[in-house]
Design a protein around this ligand. Sequence first.
Ligand code: 1GP
Length: 235
Amino acid sequence: MKIISYIKEKAGSNKRMLAFLVDPDKADEKHIESLCKKAVQAGTDLFFVGGSLLTGGDLDECIQLLKKHSKIPVVIFPGSPSQISKKADALLFLSLLSSRNPEMLIGQQVVAAPYLKKSGLEVIGTAYLLIEGGKQTTASYISNSNPIPADKADIAAYTALAGEYMGMNLVYLDAGSGADQCVSSEMIKKVKEQISLPLIVGGGIDSKAKLESAYAAGADLVVIGNALEKDSELF
Ligand code: 1GP
């Protein structure tokens, strides 16, 4: 089954989904093995792999290890066109719609397109919105773009709707990895009201309360990255 069909089916029947974000820079086998155990216990639907800045980690190897230790599908969440691997199941083809930086809106995507075609990967067009999360994140710095202000839910909602009208398949609201404040319930609700696409939410979700309120506000799929390293209460 295609990943997008899986996500649409679950979102359509109001089933909550969870994704673990794995950093290829931390891909030693012991670590990946324990992440896989945690993921299976937590009923994780997907692994997301990638990052705004990789510092030597091997994407192929990371995906191979995830595949060796679990059956959970692996989706690339790329920070740049160099993050493509045939070993994954799919790739989120992100356009950073919160930015006004043409490189992040379409430039990098053109560079990646021929490699994606060759890879045979399932490519999932995704409206990607960075939301201000209390401090500057690697994603906003590296993408040279301003995130949408945290209290401007309407801007987020109509940016997401514009992404839907452009034919994208998913909307991803991201406060950025390690954000001090995750995307507010008010913003999640407003975005959800405007779109009919499945909604992904991530960034700074590090407690059960934040996870629950993201789902309650309308997130279909929540992404957890940093908290995987520390908090066990969450799962
Ligand atoms: C970032 O949404 C992800 O792109 C996850 O963020 O690492 O803060 O959980 P965290």
